[in-house]
Design a protein around this ligand. Structure first.
Ligand SMILES: *Cc1c(COP(=O)(O)O)cnc(C)c1O
Length: 403
């Protein structure tokens, strides 16, 4: 059923990254470009660095790179692993695997503890795997929100495992930071990385690494590599620039994206970080209820913290790859399908960032319509009704600050 995409109608982008932008974020980025050493920009830059500490819930410097999120992940490998030295990766999906690919690319002796896609990383099993190694790993790499499946890992418990073995935990929180609570300093997590285009309501292009003093010291050791094989991603170089008063970036920052980030972070704090997390929790409950009401099975572990994206398994009797395609081409509603071996088997409804209750209703309704188009027996409006029920129980249709 090939058909021309209906690109002339209003489009609804309901994906997990890039995510929709608040209008004020788009508008500020249309203003003239600022010179990065002029006070007009330096003020914005300093404010962003301060507010980033707020969303990372840390006193660490949050190091900023002009890169997609993977750049910050690469920095956490380039600064901490050395060829031939042990590093441990615990993964349960496509993004977790990326840590292992990065460690391999930098020549680490990588131990990759893999869990089924859709499961959570099990802390006791990770502990046993590390205990079984001949030499102690300096670093353990994990994913907070595994965006390929919707799973959110128990970072607090995984951090305790890493600390018990004297290792530094590096957490990929690219999709989950700003959606699910991760109080870095309170939990004592050494390294948290994120990116601008998911829960932080900005376009792609900024990557962040919040690095503890302990991890900084380990990196300064060069992880045994002399000369260290990094330059742009060298944490010390970036930290030195950001620590100056006022901050003076080592390289040209993505000035336009920082203007957007400044507004996005203002909106997050106007709503309140706790309220933002609660909004994500209610949206996820609505998505879960809607998917069950449609008659689909939810994909992934049952978990009240899985509030970043919600994945549904598609019925075996329909061609699952057609579902997101029909939703987009016929109805103008873009959602993500599955990645890797989950392609054609799941559909993912995102609710991370600038999302509200009515976005969930749109996603569920378009999903029902596409499923019916493909011959599945789905009751009209079942998903929307279930979502409404969740909003009624919560006493609110959660919406982000308008911006
Ligand atoms: C999106 C995402 C990435 C990749 O980020 P890029 O910005 O595409 O480099 C990595 N990890 C997770 C968990 C993600 O959601």
């Amino acid at each position: 059923m090939a058909e021309a995409p209906n690109v002339f109608s209003k489009q609804y982008m309901l994906t997990a990254g890039p995510t929709p932008l608040p209008p004020r974020v788009s508008q500020v980025m249309a203003e003239p470009v600022l010179y990065h050493r002029a006070p007009a920009f330096v003020d914005i830059y300093a404010r962003c660095l301060e507010r980033l500490d707020g969303v990372f819930q840390t006193r660490n410097p949050v190091l900023c790179f002009a890169a997609s999120g993977t750049g910050a992940m690469e920095s956490a490998v380039a600064n901490l692993v050395a060829p031939g030295e042990p590093a441990v990766v615990a993964s349960c999906g496509k993004f977790g695997q990326r840590w292992a690919e990065l460690c391999d690319a930098y020549g680490a002796a990588t131990t990759h503890v893999e869990f089924e896609w859709g499961e959570r990383v099990d802390p006791p099993r990770l502990d046993a795997a590390i205990s079984g190694l001949d030499s102690r790993p300096g670093t353990v790499y994990v994913t907070q929100s595994e965006t390929s499946t919707g799973v959110v890992n128990d970072i607090r418990a995984l951090n305790e495992v890493a600390l018990a073995h004297g290792a530094v935990l590096c957490v990929d929180a690219i999709s989950g930071l700003g959606a699910v609570d991760l109080p870095q300093d309170e939990w004592g997590v050494d390294v948290v990385v994120s990116g601008s285009q998911k829960s932080l309501m900005c376009p792609p292009g900024l990557a962040f690494a919040s690095v503890s003093e302990r991890a900084m010291a380990l990196a300064a050791d060069g992880a045994g590599v002399h000369p260290p094989s990094r330059y742009y991603f060298d944490w010390a170089r970036i930290a030195d620039g950001q620590a100056q008063k006022p901050p003076n970036s080592a390289f040209t920052p993505a000035v336009t994206l920082f203007r957007g980030l400044d507004v996005a972070l203002e909106l997050i704090f106007a709503e309140g970080l706790g309220t933002v997390f609660e909004r994500h929790a209610i949206l996820a409950r609505a998505a879960r209820a809607g998917i069950e009401a449609i008659g689909l099975e939810r994909f992934g572990a049952d978990d009240p913290d899985a509030n970043v994206i919600t994945a549904a398994s598609l019925p075996a009797e329909i061609d699952g790859a057609k579902v997101p395609k029909l939703m987009r081409d016929r109805y103008g509603v873009t959602v993500a399908g599955g990645q890797g071996h989950l392609k054609g088997r799941i559909v993912r409804i995102a609710h991370c960032g600038y999302y509200g209750g009515f976005d969930i209703v749109v996603a569920l309704t378009a999903l029902e319509m596409a499923l019916r188009d493909l011959g599945a027996e789905v009751e009209r409006g079942a998903g929307a009704a279930a979502a409404q029920g969740v909003f009624a129980d919560a006493g609110t249709v959660p919406e982000p600050v308008a911006g």
